[in-house]
Design a binder for this molecule. Structure first.
Ligand SMILES: Cc1ncc(C[n+]2csc(CCOP(=O)(O)OP(=O)(O)O)c2C)c(N)n1
Ligand SMILES: [Mg+2]
Length: 549
């Protein structure tokens, strides 16, 4: 066998049979061989940024590794923005590229791929000779699954052409690290034992560790509420004491409730300033942070995001929470009730929808009603994806999905335009489920070239454009400088014609009554261009929400 045959075979051995990509001279041979032999399915995209986002979403939906590929140099450079986003998202993905700068070839396509990867926080593995291929591949795969850090696998010049004999032994992934030292577990349980209003907060690390059952068991034991970062919205869906999204973007009543927390157990959440609402959310709480990455110790505390005691538990979520449960039992502590009432998702959604923020039906659709109506009509196994922009603000609370693998936020570090790639990855991962992308009009157009990926790969995708015909998020910045909004206003081209060009269909609605069930059941590409009220700063609805007393 040769290197170009060995790479698809290694992917097959890992159970990775789908690759998202754009072809170039440094990846076409191994992808071509994988497709020819039926080992790989190539999901074609028109731009590399779509491939990377799609691989991130594919890993989220399937729970496995997402695989994408770009050619070296410019292909890799086109991956940078979604790759940074995937670093924030902790998406276990593998980006396979050719070597750059090239050591042997006369090529223009020379950039410092290793340096870029280091700068953005992605792992980097270079395979210089074919003898290093197998070990390099598994090192990258293992690193991706360790803590969800995206990994770049760089294939050296000549590796694909060279002969190789792959080993027979099945690769064994390293086991998770042991539980944190007993002293730290005891310190954490000391705090939780004396807690009156504990909260368990899950982030992406909890999803990767698969420790939801352990977290819920522990919450039920210690009488804790549970909540999540935006990264894993709906992780605790169905739990009676789930407060949903915790952080800066949460609804006011949820913020008020969690501000009363006296001990937080955060698992796999980086506890950045958005989750901590700039330090306001857990100012009074004692923090216990479990993270598999030892370098996270002390970061959030040093940023001054909570002033009280901070216990860091370095370990895998499942192993660590199991150790906490064991210690609770060892002390003979019983099951504790949750103090007070926990509002349901429905209660919070009602409060957001009821907030009077001056919405005027004459100006356009109330986005909150649109979210609720689409959510109500979708099948329960829907997968929802969101792009960024200010119209995203109420979506986490108003659009439901059954679990965190079905609610995908492509926002990452604040980029617009990545939602379509995520939606394509989700549609490729779950062809029998309804995938709906919600995107602003500007984010939609930024990615519109890859509406073609829906056509090329015969996917089904519904897109809801929350269309305010402007850069909604920028309006307040212009106003702050006393400038008129004109520069941020910009309408969309004919979306129906655009959809048709890509083999799809579209409808324009300017009233919620215009939304029909049939809009959400179309095969192929279907776009709902929903004309929303452009004059509402939607996050105000979160601040203005109040629960009935
Ligand atoms: C790649 C990228 N370019 C520019 C921005 C700046 N930006 C933030 S929100 C926004 C407006 C997005 O408009 P739209 O998608 O229509 O959403 P809206 O805010 O109107 O709801 C822009 C341009 C960004 N975040 N990311
Ligand atoms: Mg807009």
């Amino acid at each position: 066998m040769h290197g170009f045959q060995a790479l698809p075979e290694l992917l097959r051995r890992n159970g990775s049979t789908t690759v998202f990509g754009v072809l170039g001279n440094s990846n076409v041979a191994w992808i071509g061989e994988g497709v020819r032999t039926g080992t790989l399915r190539l999901v074609k995209t028109r731009h590399e940024d779509t491939s990377v986002g799609a691989a991130a979403a594919f890993s989220r939906v399937t729970g496995g590794l997402g695989v994408c590929s770009a050619t070296r140099g410019p292909g890799f450079a086109n991956c940078i923005n979604p790759l940074i986003s995937a670093v924030y998202y902790h998406a276990p993905l593998l980006l396979v590229v050719g070597e750059s700068p090239s050591t042997t070839d006369t090529t223009w396509q020379n950039i410092d791929q290793r340096g870029f990867s280091a700068t953005i926080g992605a792992g980097f593995h270079h395979v210089a000779t074919v003898d290093e291929l197998e070990a390099g591949f598994w090192a990258a795969v293992d690193a991706a699954s360790f803590d969800g850090r995206p990994q770049v696998l760089s294939i050296g010049d000549g590796v694909l052409e060279a002969e190789i004999i792959l080993g027979d032994a099945q690769h064994v992934s390293p086991s998770p690290p042991p539980a944190p030292p007993a002293q730290r577990i005891q310190a954490a349980v000391d705090a939780l034992e004396s807690a009156r209003r504990p909260l368990i907060l899950a982030g992406q690390g909890a999803l990767l560790a698969g420790c939801q059952p352990e977290l819920e068991r522990f919450a039920d034991l210690i009488g804790a509420r549970v909540g999540t970062t935006i990264n894993v919205n709906r992780f605790f869906s169905g739990h009676p004491h789930d407060v949903g999204l915790v952080g800066q973007s949460a609804a006011a009543p949820i913020k008020a409730l969690v501000r009363e927390t006296d001990v937080v157990l955060a698992v796999g959440a980086s506890l950045n300033s958005r989750t901590m609402d700039g330090g306001r959310l857990f100012a009074k709480a004692r923090m216990i942070q479990c993270d598999i990455d030892p370098t996270r110790e002390g970061i959030a505390a040093a940023e001054g995001l909570a002033s009280n005691d901070w216990t860091f538990l370095c370990g895998d979520g499942r192993t660590t929470v199991t150790a906490l449960i064991d210690e609770w039992h060892r002390r003979g502590l019983g099951k504790r009730p949750v103090e007070g009432k926990t509002p349901s998702y429905g209660d919070v959604a009602d409060a957001i929808v009821a907030a009077d923020v001056g919405q005027d039906p004459e100006r356009g659709i109330d986005l909150r009603a649109l979210y609720r109506e689409v959510s109500r009509r979708l099948p329960s196994d829907r997968i929802v994806v969101t792009d960024a922009g200010r119209s995203r603000a109420t979506m986490a609370a108003l659009v439901d999905a059954r679990d965190a693998r079905s609610w995908l936020d492509s926002h990452g570090y604040g980029s617009i335009g990545l939602g379509l790639g995520y939606a394509i990855g989700a549609a490729a991962a779950a062809p029998r489920r309804r995938v709906v992308l919600f995107t602003g009009d500007v984010g939609f157009m930024m990615a519109s070239h890859d509406l073609d990926a829906v056509r090329l790969n015969d996917l089904d995708l519904t897109i809801v454009i929350r269309n305010d015909q402007q850069f909604g998020a920028e309006i307040k910045y212009l106003a702050a400088f006393g400038l008129p909004p004109d520069i941020a206003r910009q309408d969309l081209p004919d979306v129906a014609a655009l959809a048709r060009a890509f083999g799809g269909n579209a409808v324009v609605i300017d009233d919620i009554a215009g939304l029909l069930d049939e809009h959400l059941t179309q095969a192929g590409l279907f776009i709902i261009d929903a004309r929303i009220d452009p004059d509402i700063e939607w996050r105000v609805c979160m601040d203005a929400a109040t629960l009935p007393t």
